[in-house]
Design a protein. Structure first.
Ligand code: NAP
Length: 322
């Protein structure tokens, strides 16, 4: 990416979007961020970033933004990003995650040579028959979120087949202190920090045996940038290649917070178990490693430690230990 490159980012106020803006500004990109109409958070964007409001389910508004910004790169990260929310709001999930992708692809016709990278998801594979999953694993989602991302993913493939520079990053779970507590990892690290400071008794979670392939969000944003600058557009799995259970995540977080694991500290409550949840996800990132030289810099223990350290610091800043 050349300095001054015109870049359009959707989902700029989210976890990945915030890291991506930092990386783009380091590269002196000229960034336009699509934000939700009426979103007060636009005030929180870095001053160098141009905000443009458009609802992601409003194809006409998105087309106008693309026309005006005339981007060389489009990073499409905006989405209803939680599986739980997609069960509660399936129609909105389809409209936001899928219609937006169709509108952006359609708009690329007016921006000669533009490159698009979609934040696709491991959830497109659903209960995959293969383990680890590769770019060739069958797409058969089992959640509304997975269906919306699968449709968006396949739209990108179609447009790539018609000559557009359109790629997908098939992202496995990636975490950071910027995750809200509605996601299990941050719920665990914030809870572990509160237990360490005597503010909470135990962690109440859903399925403890669900296995996920967890990575460090800034590493995954670096993968998005590498995919955008690849010689050829393609689908790329972005994953650590190692999976851990939710119970292992919780144990690692308690350990990082200096709490001895005792019986009853980690509790599974059936009310938090999601319908049709996938049991195990683990990705094979060989393609992006070999073609684009990407590899993660932070491992599982490193990411848990960083998140717990952040959550302990938040408590200690609010109420410094005496
Ligand atoms: P996130 O923190 O939830 O951010 C989602 C972004 O989308 C936010 O900026 C949000 O804006 C925006 N958005 C949602 N609905 C919108 C609407 N109707 N109109 C305009 N903007 C809207 O997600 P993330 O963790 O950064 O993930 C980035 C992308 O990667 C998402 O597409 C996600 O599905 C995908 N992904 C993430 C993971 C992961 O583990 N993080 C794994 C696989 C795939 P507001 O701030 O206004 O809500």
């Amino acid at each position: 990416m050349n300095p001054g490159a015109r870049v359009l980012v959707t989902g700029a106020t989210g976890q990945d979007g915030s890291y991506l803006l930092e990386r783009l500004l380091e590269r002196d990109a000229s960034v336009t961020a699509v934000t939700r109409p009426g979103d007060q958070l636009t005030a929180g964007l870095p001053a160098q970033v141009r905000p443009r409001t458009a609802a992601l389910d409003d194809a006409e508004a998105l087309r106008r933004v693309v026309h005006d910004a005339s981007p060389e790169y489009i990073f499409h990260l905006g989405a209803v990003s939680s599986v739980a929310a997609s069960w509660e709001r399936p129609a909105e999930t389809m409209a936001v995650n899928t219609v937006s992708t169709a509108a952006l692809l359609e708009s690329m016709a007016s921006t000669e040579g533009a490159r698009l990278v979609l934040a696709s998801s491991s959830e497109i594979f659903g209960s995959a028959a293969d383990s680890p999953q590769t770019e060739a694993t069958a797409i058969r989602p089992v959640t509304p979120y997975g269906v919306s991302k699968a449709a968006a993913h396949q739209l990108v493939s179609l447009w790539r087949g018609r000559g557009s520079f359109a790629s997908t990053a098939i992202l496995y779970n990636h975490e950071s202190p910027r995750r809200p507590e509605t996601f299990v990892t941050r719920k665990i690290t914030a809870g572990a920090a509160r237990i360490a400071r005597g503010l909470q008794d135990h962690l109440t979670l859903g399925a403890l045996d669900a296995r996920r392939d967890w990575g460090w969000a800034p590493d995954y944003v670096d993968a998005l940038l590498a995919i955008a600058d690849a010689e050829e557009p393609d689908d790329f799995i972005v994953a650590s290649g190692r999976s851990h259970t939710v119970a292992e995540f919780a144990e690692a977080a308690l350990h990082a917070a200096g709490v001895a694991a005792t019986d009853g500290l980690i509790v599974s409550d059936p009310r938090f178990v999601r319908p049709a949840d996938v049991a195990e996800m683990v990705g094979d990132a060989s393609r992006i490693r070999s073609r684009l030289g990407w590899s993660p810099t932070v491992d599982f223990d490193g990411l848990v430690q960083r998140m717990v350290a952040h959550d302990l610091a938040l408590i200690d800043q609010a109420d410094p230990p005496r």
